[in-house]
Design a protein around this ligand. Structure first.
Ligand code: FAD
Length: 480
């Protein structure tokens, strides 16, 4: 294919450091983090300033060149991968990685969108403050990607999703204009709060270039325990009690099934069961707080004694030092990698109301087992937010391809149950390419129409991440 005439102009704007089109450089940017989607592109733009982003978007708008915004490319739904046509320009903000300002008194930090999440956490800690967004990919995902996908992670229960951590934004809109809402104001009732349109829009409404984020006092104490649950139902009671008894000092509440402890101990180095007897269901519970908040090991111990007497837990191990705490979190983080060596897997990132979590897991386990005898359900995750990563491992001995052939049926079973319990088919990973048709089936039709109307108003030529998030109109009703 001859190069697009606009490419020379784009290259001139960006300079040699800002442009890549050799196969070796492009390859890692053209495949998603799960290896499910592979695409092609006109080239990779690596702008260094908002002005450069604005100038190349203006050119793309003029020539109607599709744009795929990309951050750390750790997303789970194929939203940052261009399609196979090779007609899109990939724009990655990794060179826009400066921390612009930190205001400890105002509890705010201003960053460029290409900042790696871990670097923002560190900058906050260096100023004796806390930025609570935390997830397994924090060493490589960018804050722009976190914002565009409204990422969740392990601290949502206490601090909210990424959306709740934002004060202001700057973004380049699909016509190339820069929306300057880069404010640190805590109160600003001057009409529509447009930053929230960009947050969670998965690159379909513009390119986020800067953000002002909320900081918090650094927790001065933290207490972490691995708890053996008496039953799955005890999880909900334990969470309610923990929140009430601790004055809402629960920062994480992660459900871990016995199967995950078994797979992790078998396949991931340096992970082992924290207790001698692992029951069917366990929880990783963390209190954190500052000042007088009850968040020490002593507080946790007295809470767990009460939970034991109430019959909610049968055993628990409290981390006595940072090493033991890291071991517990290593086990939690190992759950994803530990599933791979067990063969093919089918994954769901769903949420239901917290009290419906046990019913969801029971109904889903029963239904998938009936559909595919021998299947190994592997549900885990941020159950304090009602978010379950409802993963499934293939039956032992089954050919991986035969299991994968069941993927659509199994998705349908899981999502039908999710919907019947008032849940969401995407808790924190977004829609991307992967769940577009599922959104058509399970989304509210009026909400979908409104989303399309917003997209049309802001991006009439559909150049921003086309094919992502929004189902085509004909899809919805056909699929119902
Ligand atoms: P990318 O993957 O590059 O992009 C994601 C989406 O955002 C795409 O649609 C892209 O077009 C768009 N985008 C990227 N940058 C911009 C920008 N500057 N402006 C506009 N649009 C943009 N997610 C969770 O929510 N919770 C978890 O606990 C979690 N754990 C994970 C653990 C692992 C090991 C991995 C690999 C992933 C995990 N994820 C989790 C998913 C992923 O890390 C998050 O979705 C993350 O927020 C994506 O950030 P990114 O920079 O990699 O974005």
């Amino acid at each position: 294919m001859p190069p697009h005439p606009a490419i020379e102009q784009i290259k001139q704007i960006l300079g040699s450091k800002g442009w890549a089109d050799e196969d070796g450089m492009l390859a890692p940017h053209l495949v998603d983090s799960r290896g499910s989607y592979q695409g092609r592109c006109l080239g990779l733009a690596l702008p260094a300033t908002t002005e450069e982003v604005s100038r190349i978007v203006t050119l793309c708008a003029h020539h109607r060149i599709p744009i795929v915004p990309q951050g750390g490319n750790t997303g789970r739904v194929g939203g940052a991968t261009p399609d196979e046509t090779g007609t899109a320009l990939l724009i990655n903000l990794s060179r826009m990685n400066n921390i612009l300002e930190i205001d400890p008194e105002g509890h705010a930090i201003t960053v460029e969108a290409g900042c790696i999440l871990q670097n923002i956490q560190q900058a906050a800690a260096d100023a004796d403050r806390f930025f609570p967004l935390s997830l397994g990919a924090e060493g490589s995902c960018q804050i722009g990607g976190n914002l565009a996908s409204n990422a969740g992670g392990i601290n949502v229960l206490r601090y909210g999703n990424t959306r709740d951590l934002v004060l202001g934004l700057e973004a380049v809109m699909p016509d190339g204009r820069v929306m300057n809402a880069l404010t640190a104001l805590r109160k600003d009732n001057t009409g529509y709060d447009l930053k929230h349109l960009l947050i969670g829009s998965e690159g379909t409404l513009g390119i986020i270039t800067k953000a002002v984020l909320r900081l918090f006092p650094r927790p001065t104490s933290q207490a972490t325990a691995f708890c053996a649950l008496d039953s799955l139902d005890s999880a909900v009671d334990l969470l309610g009690r923990a929140r009430a008894d601790s004055g809402d000092a629960v920062s994480s509440f992660e459900l871990i099934p016995a199967r995950a402890v078994e797979f992790a101990s078998r396949h991931v180095p340096n992970t082992r069961p924290p207790l001698d007897d692992i029951p069917d269901w366990c929880v990783l519970l963390e209190f954190s707080g500052s000042g007088a908040a009850p968040s020490t090991n002593k507080d946790l111990e007295s809470f767990l004694e009460g939970a034991f007497e109430a019959g909610l837990i049968t055993d628990a191990m409290i981390a006595q030092n940072e090493g033991q705490r890291s071991d517990l979190w290593r086990l939690r983080e190992a759950i994803v990698a530990a599933q791979k060596p067990e063969g093919a897997s089918i994954k769901h990132d769903i949420s239901v109301p917290v009290q419906a979590v046990p019913a969801f897991i029971r109904q889903a386990n029963e239904a998938v087992t009936e559909a595919c005898p021998g299947i190994r359900p592997y549900p885990f995750g941020h159950v304090g937010d009602g978010n379950i990563h409802y993963n499934l491992s293939q039956p032992e001995g089954m050919a991986p391809a035969a299991f994968k052939a069941r993927e659509e049926d199994l998705h349908r079973i899981v999502y039908d149950i999710t919907q019947s319990l008032g849940g969401s088919i995407s808790a924190e990973h977004g829609i991307g390419r992967k769940k577009r048709d599922d959104l058509a089936r399970y989304g509210d039709p009026v909400s979908l129409d409104l989303m399309r109307a917003i997209k049309k108003a802001l991006d009439p030529d559909n150049i921003m991440n086309p094919g992502i998030l929004l189902p085509t109109e004909t899809n919805d009703n056909d699929k119902k």
